[in-house]
Design a protein around this ligand. Structure first.
Ligand code: PRP
Ligand code: URA
Length: 211
């Protein structure tokens, strides 16, 4: 595993909130709120290197030099369904970001991702893209989503997840060595059904109350 492109965002608030999310008794409302809160905290880290430029402004007191984000605009691309649970938290940080959607589900027998939807902002290739999905398990879904974005010309992509399995990080790094990955935790392994252990179960079902 290449630790130069894989980052565990280590923060007491993130650790605390993620632990509550992992608890099996935590219900959808809390799960949803915590996921957005963690997405916002991680979004702070992931946007740390955005370029800024100086601008001249007038405060109520005087003329001053301030800063604004410069260069490419941002796009947030959740992988449906569970990635949706991170969008609001990220949009609170960057309200002007456009949102694209990539629909993939894992075939329950083969664990391979199946594409069912793709709607991306106009001129997506001109934007910094944050792909978000709370679970990086085999890495198949994230890798396919990023391949879809690259086919449309995207060159600057980061992956934001919550819980990553070593298998998923390794697949991502093999398929997309140029894409930095940010996670709140590197978990232990995948079980026979390709679920992350200890993980938090099925993120989509817990988020939307479908099981
Ligand atoms: C989950 C999760 C990821 C994918 C991770 O989605 O949200 O998209 O599995 O697994 P992988 O790394 O092995 O591809 P799922 O297919 O369960 O769909 P859902 O979000 O609609 O429930
Ligand atoms: N998808 C999930 O929602 N959870 C896992 O542990 C693996 C894939």
């Amino acid at each position: 595993m290449n630790m130069e492109t894989f980052h565990v965002v280590n923060h007491p608030l993130i650790k605390h909130k993620l632990t509550i999310m992992r608890e099996k008794e935590t219900g959808s409302k809390d799960f949803r709120e915590l996921l957005n809160e963690i997405a916002m905290l991680m979004g702070y880290e992931i946007t740390r290197e955005l370029p800024v430029e100086e601008i001249e402004i007038e405060t109520p007191m005087c003329h001053a030099t301030g800063y604004q984000i410069s260069g490419k605009k941002l796009a947030i691309v959740p992988i449906l369904r569970a990635g949706l649970g991170m969008v609001e938290g990220l949009q609170r940080l960057v309200p002007a970001a456009k949102v694209g959607h990539i629909g993939l589900y894992r075939d329950p027998d083969t664990h391979q991702p199946v594409e069912y939807y793709c709607k991306l902002p106009f001129e997506i290739e001109e934007r910094y893209v944050i792909v978000c999905d709370p679970m990086l398990a085999t890495g198949g879904s994230a890798s396919d989503a990023i391949t879809m974005l690259k086919k449309r010309g995207c060159t600057q992509i980061k992956l934001l997840c919550l819980v990553a399995a070593p298998e998923g990080v390794e697949k991502m790094q093999a398929d997309h060595p140029d894409v930095e990955i940010f996670a709140a935790s590197l978990d232990d392994y995948l079980n026979d059904h390709a679920y992350i252990i200890p993980g938090l179960g099925d993120a989509g079902d817990r988020l939307f109350g479908t099981k």
